[in-house]
Design a protein around this ligand. Structure first.
Ligand code: AMP
Length: 190
């Protein structure tokens, strides 16, 4: 299996780039944000729990997120590989992902991190908020909170993968195609 963690702050382009990579490499795309949003749409208990955190720009608790991700992986054990988008966002999640992959006899190949300056992220998220229908994109205070949470809780996960020699930084500013080409070059060199 090919197992890629696509990392980066909110608005870095993880969702957009995942679409191209899925098409190119035939990997299963698991976005914890998308899975939470589908639970909110379906009005499940998990959706109600997740929404209370997401609307404030906070992380959903690890136990809830890890269990949901493990279920999604278990439903796709025949996959050629995975692209994880928006997961792991804490060190506890990164450790849980390693354990989960170990149960499949697999391991994460690389963390590809899209690097985008904070000012650019805010512009992109506000722009996306005009059409995404996401309450967390529409409010500048929630956008700032998500960026602050990223810097405090998620950015340190980079060190976890650096320690395993799996971290690859990718400049995330430029045309969508240029960024896809950078990601492809990184994956093809693995
Ligand atoms: P995203 O679609 O990746 O921007 O995620 C939207 C929101 O879903 C985040 O702001 C969090 O509230 C929640 N979320 C998504 N993925 C995770 C995760 N791995 N851990 C905790 N919360 C998450």
């Amino acid at each position: 299996m090919q197992i890629i963690v696509l990392f980066g702050p909110p608005g870095a382009g993880k969702g957009t780039q995942s679409e191209f990579l899925v098409e190119q490499y035939g990997l299963v795309h698991l976005s914890t944000g998308d899975i939470f949003r589908s639970h909110i749409k379906g009005q499940t208990v998990l959706g109600t729990t997740a929404k209370s955190y997401m609307d404030q720009g906070k992380l959903v608790p690890d136990a809830v997120t890890i269990e949901m991700l493990a279920d999604a992986v278990t439903q796709n054990t025949g996959a050629k590989g995975f692209i994880f988008d928006g997961f792991p966002r804490t060190e506890a999640q990164a450790i849980a992902l390693d354990s989960l992959m170990a149960t499949l006899g697999e391991c994460v190949d690389a963390m590809l991190a899209l690097e985008v300056p904070e000012a650019e992220l805010k512009v992109r998220l506000l722009e996306r908020g005009k059409t995404s229908g996401r309450p967390d994109d529409a409010d500048p205070n929630v956008i700032q909170k998500r960026i602050d949470v990223y810097n405090a809780e998620t950015a340190p996960v980079q060190k976890y993968y650096e320690a395993q020699g799996k971290f690859i930084g990718i400049p995330g500013v430029g045309s969508i195609q240029d960024i896809t080409n950078r990601l492809r070059a990184a994956i093809d060199s693995l």
